[in-house]
Every structure is written in structure tokens, then in C-alpha cells.
Design a protein around this ligand. Structure first.
Ligand code: UD1
Length: 418
């Protein structure tokens, strides 16, 4: 099994390009199931979750070709199956995103239940209830969601009682071919939801309001071809900015949209980072400074993203002062804390709050990655620590970060895959 070896203590310096967003690529690739004509999606990030969704599309009968410039050509005009099998779904919860498109276009889908997950129970009841409200007959049996809509889905008003990102995306895709109007209330406002809506509009869907808490979808009968480029990955960007901050370095990120990162940039600035914002770039300068501890509370967009919580807790671990980090989206999303403590961090978890007393230096140790973002926080801790850190089970990192070790090495980090 591959591991990452890191020798800490080097302030990161330099410039990197941020990849396309995993959480936009997954729903957009799933949405190609709705198309009658081939489409090309570019700026696809090179990572395992993307390979998994492409494999799933392949099982359904979609013809997918990849080119060397990270573009994917997709032809979903002739499907051969409507089953998303357990073997794939268990490796990636986001596989549930094929449910909405299959049901909307073909009136049938059998999708394995995603099951448990390292960061909490993560149910999909809101996806299922929403589609039932649109007229689908859905049974959950033998670990599978069996969904049928013989006469097609019907638009209706759906109030989501929790803000759910993939739930909003699945129901938005379900509404594309539903008869009449689908209204999603309390919809997720994440930029990735907006990117999916923009893609769907580019192929002829009728969607208004993405980016607000009310999305209105008027059913259409056909979608056409498109060439669409995926949004940048704001979580990857947040991770590299945190890496710059934790190492007392100076990093510049290119191909980003800074206004989508307001909550993260505000915390970095509170930490004492000097930020230079350009139209498509962000530079963070933390040279010669130790970060100041900052309180963080995760929240749906535009709040502080839960997917950046672990990385910022790692920065707080070496910051000056005491901080509290409150996780409000997922229960059990503090798996990184025990590993950070093994590196010397002074963090105590009480319910959904981590209380962190910043220490001067972490020390290198063998640590274990437990989920995607937790792994990233251990890498950041390793970059700042004295001595050597070995991060085990880095397949979690490869699920969601495109060439993490190469990009960090480009910024001067002493890091190797072993
Ligand atoms: C998406 C992101 C993930 C991010 C999360 C929150 C993708 C592929 N993944 O995950 O990286 O961490 O948003 O920003 O985009 N919930 C229910 N019932 C449901 C659905 C969700 O109770 O049917 C709850 C969840 O348990 C959780 C909360 O709603 O407490 C938010 O989850 P959700 O937004 O659905 O997360 P994902 O879409 O799975």
C-alpha cells in the first residue's frame, strides 16, 4: 500500500494551478446520462473518484473517452443497464448521483445504498423522498434503491428539511425531464450546484435560481450537445492556502475564483496571512509569521466549508492561542484529531467541538489517513512538523486530490510517495 513520506519544516514557496472541482465533476458527469447527444467535459480533475464515476457510466453503457488534456467525451445515447452496483457505490457515495438522471430520462434505476461512511451516517432519505414526491415508486430492498416512474416524473414543490448538496443536485437532475415545474426550497447554494445548473442550461435545460435557496426547474423534452469546462476546486485551493499558512510560506494559486472562497479567506486573514487577490489568482504570504488561532464553525455555503475543517484545524494546532472548531454538518468528522495528537497537538473533542491549544511545533510521526480531508490535514501537519512523517492509507487522498504530492513538491515540499 502506498504511503507519503514527508520531511517537515520547509516553508512552501511558489505558484500552482488549481484543478477542476471534484464535487462539480461528479454531478456533471452523472448529468451526461440525461443527454441524447455526445458532450465534451473539460478541466476534469485527475483523481480516483472521477475514475469511479466514469467506470459507473461505463457499466450503464455510456461510451466514454478520455484525452490527454483532461477532457472527457461522453455519449450516453444508448444505455444498456440501469443498475449502479454495490461494488462501485460502496467505494464512492456520490454514485447516488446517477439516480436522478436515470429516473428522469428512463423511468427506472436500481442504485445500491451507499451505506455507512467514515464521517457519519450520511443518509439519502431526502433524495428518495423528493423523488417519491415527484411520483416515483421507490422501494428500498436488499441494500438497493429500486426506483420506477413508468409514466415519467411530475414536477412538484419540494421543501428540503436539511441543506443537502448531492440531494439538491439529484433532485435538480430529476426535474429536468419531469412534467411541469419542480421547485426546490431550502436548496444547497454551493458553487458546485451552480456549476451543475450551468452545465444543464448549456445543454438546453430550463433552470432558474441555482445559487439561491429556491431552484425552479421547468421540464423539457430533450437535451443537446455541449462543450463544458468544470469549475475550479475551492477545497483544493483552501488546502494549499492552509499549507502555505502552516509552513509560514508564500504560495500563489492560479485559475481560481476568489469570491467563492470568502469564508476561507476571511479566516486566513484573521490568522495573519497577507492575501493578494487578483481576478483569477490568490497569493498568501505568511513569511516570518506564526498563524494566530481562529475559531471556526462549519456551515453550508457561503459559510465555512466542512471539507476544509480538518486542514484548518491542523493550522490551529501550531497557531498562537486557543481556538474552538465546531463541526455542524457531519457527526464524527474529527477522526484526524487522534492522529494530530500523536504528532503532539493539544486538541480535545467535546461533542461536535474541538478545543485546540496551539503549540509551537508538531513532531513527525507515522499516521493513518481515515478519510479524504482528514488525510489532507495530516499531510499539512507533516509539512509543518519537525522530522519525518509517514502518512499511511493515502488512497483516501488520491480519491479527491489531483497529484497532491507533485503539486506540494512543486512548492518546495520534501515529500515522496513510497
Ligand atoms: C457533499 C460533498 C461533500 C461535502 C458535503 C457538505 C459531493 C460529492 N460531496 O456531500 O464533499 O462534505 O456535501 O458540504 O458533493 N443529509 C440527510 N439526508 C439526506 C442527505 C443529507 O440527512 O438525504 C444530511 C447529511 O447526513 C449531512 C447533511 O445533510 O448531515 C449534509 O450532507 P450533504 O450536503 O447531503 O452531503 P453530500 O451531498 O453527501
Amino acid at each position: 500500500m502506498q504511503k507519503l513520506w514527508i520531511k517537515g519544516g520547509v516553508p512552501l514557496e511558489g505558484e500552482i494551478r488549481i484543478s477542476g472541482a471534484k464535487n462539480a465533476a461528479l454531478p456533471i458527469l452523472a448529468a451526461t446520462l440525461l443527454l441524447d447527444e455526445p458532450a465534451t467535459i473539460s478541466n476534469i480533475p485527475h483523481l480516483k473518484d472521477v475514475t469511479t464515476i466514469i467506470e459507473l457510466l461505463g457499466i450503464l453503457g455510456v461510451k466514454v473517452t478520455l484525452d490527454e488534456s483532461f477532457s472527457v467525451h461522453v455519449d450516453a445515447s444508448d444505455l444498456s443497464s440501469f443498475v449502479a452496483p454495490y461494488e462501485l457505490v460502496k467505494t464512492m457515495r456520490a454514485s447516488i448521483l446517477v439516480l436522478g438522471p436515470l429516473l428522469s430520462k428512463y423511468g427506472q434505476a436500481d442504485v445500491s445504498l451507499p451505506g455507512g461512511c467514515a464521517i457519519g451516517s450520511r443518509p439519502v432519505d431526502l433524495h428518495i423522498n423528493g423523488m417519491r414526491a415527484m411520483g416515483a415508486e421507490i422501494e428500498v430492498e436488499d441494500g438497493y434503491i429500486h426506483a420506477r416512474a413508468k409514466n415519467g416524473l411530475k414536477g412538484t414543490r419540494i421543501v428540503l428539511n436539511t441543506v443537502t448538496v448531492t440531494g439538491t443536485e439529484n433532485l435538480m437532475m430529476a426535474g429536468v425531464f419531469a412534467k411541469g415545474q419542480t421547485i426546490l426550497k431550502n436548496a444547497a447554494r454551493e458553487p458546485e450546484v451552480v456549476d451543475l445548473a450551468n452545465f444543464l442550461k448549456s445543454v438546453g435545460a430550463d433552470i432558474e435560481g441555482a445559487g439561491t435557496d429556491t431552484i425552479v426547474i421547468n421540464g423539457v423534452t430533450r437535451l443537446h450537445s455541449s462543450h463544458y469546462s468544470i469549475l475550479f476546486d475551492r477545497i483544493e485551493a483552501a488546502t494549499y492556502l492552509a499549507a502555505g499558512a502552516i509552513t509560514g510560506g508564500c504560495v500563489k494559486l492560479k485559475d481560481v475564483e476568489p469570491e467563492m472562497m470568502a469564508a476561507v479567506l476571511e479566516k486566513l486573514s484573521e490568522m495573519g496571512a497577507e492575501l493578494t487577490i487578483e481576478e483569477r489568482a490568490i497569493q498568501l504570504d505568511m513569511r516570518g509569521k506564526r498563524p494566530k488561532a481562529v475559531d471556526i464553525e462549519t456551515a453550508p455555503y457561503p459559510g465555512f466549508p466542512t471539507d476544509a475543517q480538518a486542514q484548518f484545524l491542523a493550522v490551529n494546532a501550531i497557531a498562537e492561542g486557543v481556538s474552538t472548531v465546531k463541526e455542524t454538518i457531519f457527526e464524527n468528522r474529527f477522526m484526524h484529531v487522534q492522529e494530530l495528537v500523536r504528532m503532539g497537538a493539544d486538541i480535545h473533542v467535546q461533542g461536535n467541538i474541538a478545543v485546540c491549544k496551539g503549540i509551537e511545533k508538531l513532531h513527525g510521526a507515522p499516521v493513518m489517513a481515515t478519510d479524504l480531508r482528514a488525510s489532507a490535514s495530516l499531510v499539512l501537519a507533516g509539512l509543518a512538523a519537525e522530522g519525518e512523517t509517514i502518512v499511511d492509507r493515502i488512497y483516501h487522498i488520491d480519491r479527491g486530490y489531483s497529484c497532491l504530492d507533485e503539486k506540494l513538491a512543486q512548492l518546495g515540499a520534501n515529500i515522496r510517495r513510497i
